[in-house]
Each structure stands twice: as C-alpha cells, then as structure tokens.
Ligand binder design. Structure first.
Ligand code: G1P
Length: 288
C-alpha cells in the first residue's frame, strides 16, 4: 500500500535551545531563512506524501500559522509587487484538510506522540519525520526510504554510523553494517551507554512504519528515561515482522544540538551564491 501520510511529532519543549525556545517552538528555528519544520514538510511533500499530520502541544501555534494564509502580509507584498516573495509564502499554504493537527497532551515520549496520530493514520503504512534531523540530499531521504518500503514491504528506519562515544544520544540497532545501504535489524536499544551498545548504527529521525506499531504503542510500556519509546515499540514489532535499517544518501545535521544547528546554517548559507561570496572570505578570515 502507498505511503501517503507523514507524522511530525512537534510537541517537544526544546529545552536545549532555551532561552530561544521559551516562547517559540524549536521547530520554528531557522536555518538561513526557513524554519526547520518547513524543510521536513517539503521533504515529505516532494516524496509523494499528501497528508501531513502534526502532533503538537501547548505554545505551538506558530507552526499552524506558518502553514496558513496571512492576508495582511500577502496584500502588502502584492501592493509592493514583491511577486517572488508572495509566491514563496503562498506555496506553503496547503489545500484545506491536507494538514492535520492533533495534540499530545501529556509529555510521555516519542512513541506516545506517534500513537497520538493513530486515528488519523488508520490502517496504513506511514512516515515519521523528526524536524531536528535536517538532511541535505539530492533525493529527499524519506522518498529514498519509501522506495525501499515499496520493494521490501516492511518497516524501515533511517540509520547512520556514529562515534561509539555517542550511542547514549540515539536509538541503536543490533544489526550488521549495511550492504547496498540496507541491513536487517535483529534488535534495537534506546540510548545505550557505549559499552552496552550492540553496534554504532544510530537511528536518524526518519521512519516508515507499518500500522501494527500502534497496537504495540497502545500497551504504553515505558523504557529509557521513563518514556514510551518508538525504539522499544519497533523492537517488539520484530516479533511479528521484519524491520530494516537504511543508510540514507545525504548529509545530516543534528539541529537538536546547538553546534549541529550552527553547522547547518553555515552549510546551507554557503550553498547560496549571493551569501557565499561574503560568507566564505569572512569565515576564512575568522579561522586565520
Ligand atoms: C529520538 C529517538 C532516538 C533517535 C533520535 C534521532 O531521540 O528516541 O531513538 O535516535 O530521535 O534523532 P531524541 O533525539 O528525541 O532524544
């Protein structure tokens, strides 16, 4: 069955970016001139996803407003003949009913956030994108994974090799190193210490999941950090179904960390010819 729906868990508090995120959702932090959430939504839309499901929380209003008309602004841009900008902001506004918002009203973990979308997803495979992981690639990463899903008809998680010392920041696979980008998963552990980690293959925030995951999440079992973890639910899914790790093509920026976020800004800005001419000499000067 076609993957048509994508879930965006955006209820997190963004404490790592305080004070910036005190009154603003962390997903609205910008890389150059675009909020993180917009990169992720565009990735999904250009991969054939037609329904965008946000699992939001208190103080996330800005995300809803970002993907809606802003009449006063549009009229002003029109009056000033700023047509390119007008097109740029209007293409963000979806057809009514295709962007759906639901709330996670208790902070019980990523697995719980995904479970909150169960009634909207229904009985079909779906994608999950974590906007914190910003990936620069020729072909959108969730699209790469949907292609694999169509071939394998099994759940897929995005993976990357990380330094052993970093395993406690990620879901980690028990699996062999990918061959032709794929590896069959034997098990998964959420945020293990380096000496407990079954490998250094870390889960990156892109998933294509079969709907059976909801029955497991329904059990509301807690794991690492006392939270309901999607990693644990996928480990349980292995009792019923195969699961694959997919080594994506592209470069990932961990925009959930301050340093990763700055790196993303530099890398994306250097790609813009108008910015590059001034930024590159400036960076070279700074590094002397
Ligand atoms: C979440 C998941 C983790 C995954 C990571 C990817 O952790 O729980 O398994 O490796 O996203 O970004 P978080 O970064 O929300 O702590």
């Amino acid at each position: 069955m076609q993957v048509r729906k994508a879930v965006f868990p955006v209820a997190g508090l963004g404490t790592r970016f305080l004070p910036a995120t005190k009154a603003m959702p962390k997903e609205m932090l910008t890389v150059v001139d675009k909020p993180l959430i917009q990169y992720a939504v565009e990735e999904a839309l250009s991969s054939g996803i037609t329904e965008i499901i946000f699992v939001t929380g208190r103080s996330k209003q800005a995300i809803e407003d970002h993907f809606d008309h802003f009449c006063e602004l549009e009229q002003t841009l029109m009056a000033r003949s700023k047509n390119a900008l007008l097109r740029e902001i209007n293409h963000l506004v979806p057809e009514s009913g295709t962007f759906i918002y639901t709330r996670q009203n208790e902070p019980l973990g990523l697995g719980h956030a995904i479970w909150c979308a169960r009634k909207i997803v229904g009985n079909e495979p779906f994608a999950v994108l974590l906007a914190d992981d910003l990936i620069k690639s020729e072909k959108p990463v969730i699209g790469q994974m949907i292609e694999q899903f169509n071939r394998l008809n099994a759940s897929i998680v995005c993976v990357e090799e990380v330094d052993r010392s970093a395993t406690a920041s990620y879901g980690i696979l028990d699996a062999d190193m990918p061959k032709d980008r794929l590896t069959k998963v034997r098990g998964l552990v959420e945020k293990p210490q380096p000496d407990q980690a079954p490998s250094n293959l870390a889960i990156i925030g892109r998933y294509v999941l079969t709907p059976e995951i909801f029955d497991i999440l329904e059990l509301k079992e807690t794991g690492a950090g006392g939270e309901i973890q999607i990693t644990d639910a996928m480990a349980r899914l292995l009792d019923q179904q195969a699961l694959y790790g997919y080594r994506y093509q592209g470069t990932r920026f961990d925009c959930g960390s301050k340093v990763g976020f700055q790196m993303a800004n530099i890398a994306f800005a250097l790609e813009r010819p108008d910015m590059r001419v001034r930024l590159l000499p400036f960076l070279q000067q700074l590094c002397k």
